[in-house]
Design a protein around this ligand. Structure first.
Ligand SMILES: Nc1nc2c(c(=O)[nH]1)N[C@H]1C(S)=C(S)[C@@H](COP(=O)(O)O)O[C@H]1N2
Ligand SMILES: [Mo]
Length: 424
């Protein structure tokens, strides 16, 4: 390990390479030195040095530091009439990496959170199958299981932004999004166990909550990469996310990921008349609705700086970071603009690049303190390029709620305050 540079040295060389001029380097380093000399936080004994802390059993289930109490799911009061059939939003602005902590995954319920004792839960497979089957959770845990990281995005994510910049924060504009490592049994395994008849073309998935929410899923997708999950990020599903089991439909709109999954019926056509599928259409300007727009399109957003994560430190080194994802596969490249889309720089993707999962990107700049118009543009491995909002409106009009994957603009003012704006 003798080749390892001391941390301080590599940090200094990073700053030296990140900063353009020698003058600003001197200022940045000088500020740091002056603070160290007479900083009471260094020279004085603090409470946390003086007193013993809590013992190991103070929190049998650990919670985030109290100093992070602001990092919570939030709702938009005027959006829905009541909290039972409603939605809240993931605080994307405060998170890093690609995994959403379980307690911060946004929630979307049509009839509130079903509270189910796993011993009382059943999953039935019937319809066009050779042998109708019923599984308990214990039964499911005896099948070979897999671990996979997937994003879930509600089709209505960014839906309030179709007509113009509206909500001031990526939590609200993009926060119907989470990315979790699921553990579960491939749906194919269970369907093979029941034996799908050749006439079986569609699958109806139904939840056990009071809305008995159902969605139709093409059998090819069901047999491809769907998962019946019982764990998220290593522990049992949260009640909010469908405990004890939920369906994962990777890359496809969140509505299809039926929570509290209790029934799978194999049929020969979609159940369009009696279920959610009929609602999830995109009304175009010419009055025709796009249907079966299941896959989520290539999309990205800068999470910091953003309205809830303003720049607090003035000019100098600034980390611009965000998330990119595509229902089609992996993200190949993310470009970032600091001037409203006139010039683009390739961002650095960091962390794993997994299919149908979030990707984390960074652009490390030396901010000169002038106003910025930040944008990110994702390109996926199929070659799809995230469109501008104007391009999207030209193709779809403004009657849509769903599938808004347009490029988001944040204006960073000289004082570091950030606003949701649009440029054209
Ligand atoms: N049973 C059931 N499943 C459901 C829903 C529901 O209300 N009931 N909401 C759907 C919608 S619209 C979305 S976007 C996702 C949200 O998943 P989450 O609450 O884990 O974020 O769950 C889907 N599955
Ligand atoms: Mo949704």
């Amino acid at each position: 390990m003798k080749d390892d540079k001391p941390v301080g040295a590599s940090r200094r060389s990073f700053i030296a390479s990140a900063l353009a001029g020698g003058a600003s380097l001197a200022t940045a380093a000088g500020t740091r030195r002056a603070h160290a000399a007479d900083d009471p936080l260094i020279t004085e004994t603090q409470d946390w040095n003086r007193y013993l802390g809590d013992g190991v059993d103070a929190a049998p289930y650990g919670m985030p530091s109290g100093f992070e109490a602001d990092v919570v799911r939030r709702d938009v009061a005027w959006l829905t009439a009541d909290p039972v059939s409603s939605v809240n939003f993931t605080p994307l602005y405060a998170l890093d990496g690609i995994i959403t902590p379980n307690g911060l995954c946004f929630e979307r319920h049509h009839a509130g959170v079903a509270l189910i004792d796993p011993a009382d839960h059943r999953l039935m497979i019937h319809g066009l199958v050779d042998t109708p089957l019923v599984f308990t959770l214990a039964d499911l845990k005896r099948f070979p299981r897999e671990n996979r990281v997937y994003f879930l995005e509600c089709a209505a994510n960014s839906g309030m932004e179709w007509r113009g910049a509206q909500l001031n924060g990526c939590q609200f504009t993009h926060g119907m999004l989470h990315c979790v490592m699921y553990t579960g049994v491939p749906l194919r395994t269970l369907l093979d166990e029941a034996g799908v008849k050749t006439s079986g073309k569609w699958l109806l998935a139904e939840g056990a909550d009071a809305s008995a929410m159902t969605r139709s899923i093409p059998i090819e997708k069901a047999m491809d990469d769907c998962l019946v999950a019982f764990a998220m990020n290593g522990e049992a599903l949260r009640a909010e996310q469908g405990y004890p089991i939920r369906l994962c439909v990777p890359g496809w709109e969140g509505n299809m990921w039926v929570k509290w999954l209790r029934r799978l019926e194999v049929g020969d056509q979609p159940w369009a008349q009696r279920e959610e599928t009929s609602k999830y259409t995109d009304l175009l300007e010419n009055g025709i609705a796009r249907r079966h727009t299941f896959q989520m399109d290539v999309k990205s957003v800068i999470t910091s700086p953003s309205p809830q994560a303003p720049v607090a430190h003035g000019s100098g080194p600034l980390v611009i970071t965000g998330l990119a994802w595509t229902g089609g596969g992996t993200i190949k490249r993310v470009d970032v603009s600091i001037d409203g889309g006139r010039n683009w720089r390739t961002a650095r993707l960091d962390g794993p690049s997994l299919p149908k999962a979030l990707h984390r990107f960074y652009l490390d700049i030396d901010w000169d303190g002038s106003e910025l118009l930040l944008q990110s543009r994702a390109i996926d491995d199929a070659g799809y390029i995230q469109p501008t909002k104007d391009e999207l409106r030209a193709a779809r009009g403004v009657n849509s709620i769903y599938h808004n994957n347009g490029i988001q603009t944040w204006q960073v003012r000289q004082d570091g305050v950030v606003e949701n704006v649009e440029v054209s």
